[in-house]
Design a protein around this ligand. Structure first.
Ligand code: BGC
Length: 241
């Protein structure tokens, strides 16, 4: 019996997860051990110009080739329910109603779990205490909310009104940053942080995503920037049940 438990524990420790982050500009993968330590380099290929499910699956095939892993976690930039992608504002309409988990199980022959990208980023970032909000600043604007470490999935704050009749994503997404430049984008972000604090009264806010490197104002003490790799590390937490 003791021996059996030991073997089981050693097997769990040896489990390798292929963590995938499908983004509006790049698709990233890395193999992680059970604690989220990297077992491979972080590889990235540009998101295809026409990012249909077929085109993205083809890239995932390339990124997975030559890597050894037992299971797959995928962060997807839209609403995900039971492995099916329900929205994809910055990808392609063909994703609506697409069984991404099912397609990847067939393609890679391993168990697959898929969740919203901001939810995964949050799982990798939060401390598990009180109300924690996560906002990701990339091509789109992602959001995730936690109470004592428990996720409320698919919080689509990015598509809700922020100011001047525009959504958070229209005002703060990558297209807006390119259009208005860093100084105005920072001013907008500072207003957004102030507004979000008044709406959600969070204990901590985490800002993630590639555009956090453009932030140049002093953040309140309860707001932290999390590194981009968190978007992959959270993939381990998807299997904690
Ligand atoms: C999507 C979200 C996603 C975010 C960041 C938004 O356009 O609606 O689901 O988390 O972009 O990728």
């Amino acid at each position: 019996m003791g021996e059996a438990i030991e073997t089981l524990a050693t097997e769990t420790l040896a489990i390798a997860t292929l963590a995938v982050d499908i983004g509006g500009s790049g698709i990233k993968v890395m193999v992680l051990d059970h604690q989220g330590n990297p077992l491979s380099e972080r590889d990235r290929i540009d998101t295809p110009a026409v990012p249909t499910p077929e085109a993205v699956l083809e890239i995932l095939q390339q990124l997975a080739a030559g890597k050894t892993f037992d299971r797959v976690s995928v962060g997807f930039p839209g609403v995900v329910r039971r492995g099916v992608t329900e929205t994809a504002a910055n990808l392609h309409p063909d994703w609506i109603g697409f069984d991404l988990a099912g397609a990847l199980i067939q393609q890679l022959g391993k168990p697959v779990r898929v969740a919203n990208d901001a939810d995964i980023q949050g799982l990798g970032a939060v401390a598990g205490e009180g109300v924690e909000l996560v906002i990701t600043l990339g091509t789109g604007i992602g959001a995730a909310m936690f109470l004592n470490g428990r996720l409320i999935p698919n919080l689509e704050l990015g598509h809700h009104p922020f100011r001047k009749g525009e959504t958070y994503e229209e005002q703060l997404g990558r297209a807006a940053l390119d259009e208005i430049g860093k100084r105005r984008w920072n001013n907008r972000l500072e207003r957004a942080v102030d507004l979000l604090e008044r709406i959600f009264n969070y204990d901590s806010l985490y800002l993630g995503g590639g555009n956090t490197k453009k932030i140049d104002f002093v953040l309140p003490v309860n707001v932290k920037i999390v590194p981009n790799v968190t978007g992959l590390l959270g993939g381990i937490a998807l299997w904690k049940d």
